[in-house]
Design a protein around this ligand. Structure first.
Ligand code: SAH
Length: 342
């Protein structure tokens, strides 16, 4: 079967070249071409033609098509819908910050986590994305927007820790000095809390930022919002995050979307403060973004004020995050694997 060459790691490419009786250094040449946007083997001018023919025979280069693009009138955020050969499509978002441009990429076409507030899980999981499909979102978003990407967040459609091997492969390629060379400290991975894979990630000890979608401090509320909580629970999740911090020295960021009448009372704030007190983590408070199919709504400004005032008094380390791309359905939880009605 012919293979997706851009998802291969450098040692794997070396192995291939040696296996067909070629020199190993060809691997680096091809790797450099692939990860600087070359879309066909014919463009690889330092590779002899006979060898290019072999590459044609054994591999393909996957290039997504741009199905749709929207630009926010408020903040310059750009949202893309990329299409793949099998009919699936995913969205990515380019955002401008003071510290540089970030791209938010999808890791799966759809999602099977079933969170009650999120648009990405409506319709379930179609399939995992490959490493090259993740990289292409970064590459082509940069190319089309003309904005140099310095940060990547794995916070688009899908659960990255439900597609662990492809995500690790992507990280290794995007971070490679002969690839886009984006430092791990400029990459954040967000999870709804797949505990065994948080533990596995900790073992790799790579310096990315782990974000955890917490959204509730107690099992009753969290299990109602996020089905994954029923099997593990908040306590085990926070324990896994503390373990991640001790192993890697990287502080975990907890995400908390404030939902009217669900997780925004002072009782919740109290529980939240008590579980985060000894964790040396950071808390990101966001307002729930609107998803038309979902009955949940964002907390009122008064509830947010009271909630954050309480956290302040308890010396919890938090920020209230700005909402970007609201007018084009590009905010957290609004991405979909198809055309967006917003
Ligand atoms: N599956 C991963 C990655 C998705 S990241 C995860 O759950 O973390 C998308 C982020 O947006 C997550 O923090 C998710 O909980 C949050 N989110 C989902 N729906 C939202 C909504 N309607 N409003 C605000 N944030 C939302």
């Amino acid at each position: 079967m012919i293979k997706d060459i851009s998802s291969m790691l450098l040692p794997e490419l070396e192995e291939y070249f040696v296996s067909i009786g070629e020199r190993a250094f060809r691997a680096r040449q091809v790797f450099l071409w692939l990860h600087s946007g070359t879309e066909s083997f014919d463009g690889m001018t330092n590779i002899p033609e006979t060898l290019r023919e072999k590459l044609h025979r054994d591999f393909y280069i996957d290039v997504p098509s741009l199905l749709e693009k929207r630009v926010s009138e408020h903040d310059g955020t750009v949202k893309y819908l990329w299409g793949y050969g099998d009919g699936n499509s995913v969205e990515s978002v380019v955002m401008e910050y003071e510290h540089g441009n970030s791209v938010c990429i999808s890791t799966q076409a759809g999602c099977r986590m079933g969170c009650a507030f999120c648009a990405s899980t409506i319709g379930g999981l179609a399939r995992n994305l490959t490493a090259s499909e993740m990289e292409a979102q970064v590459w082509y978003s940069q190319l089309d927007s003309g904005k140099k990407i310095s940060n990547i967040v794995l916070m688009g459609i899908g659960e990255p820790l439900d597609n662990f091997d492809n995500v690790m492969r992507f990280l290794s390629i995007i971070n490679h000095p002969s690839g886009m060379n984006i430092g791990m400290r400029h990459i954040s991975l967000s999870t709804c809390g797949v505990i065994e894979n948080i533990d596995k990630l900790a073992e790799y000890d790579i310096k990315l930022t782990l974000s955890v979608s917490l959204h509730a401090p107690d099992d009753e509320t969290r299990s109602r919002l996020m089905p994954i909580n029923s099997s593990s629970g908040v306590e085990k999740l926070v324990e896994a995050c503390s373990n991640y911090f001790s192993k890697t020295g990287r502080r975990v960021t907890y995400e908390y979307a404030m939902i009217d009448g669900v997780n925004d009372t002072l009782r919740h704030a109290g529980l939240l403060a008590s579980i985060l007190r000894d964790t040396r983590s950071h808390l990101n408070i966001i307002l729930l973004n609107n998803v038309p199919e979902r009955p949940l709504r964002s907390s009122s400004p008064e509830s947010v004020r009271a909630f954050t005032k309480f956290l302040d008094q308890q010396s919890v380390n938090f920020t209230v995050r700005r909402r970007l791309g609201g007018d084009i359905g590009a905010s957290c939880g609004q991405l979909r694997r198809g055309f967006n009605k917003v």
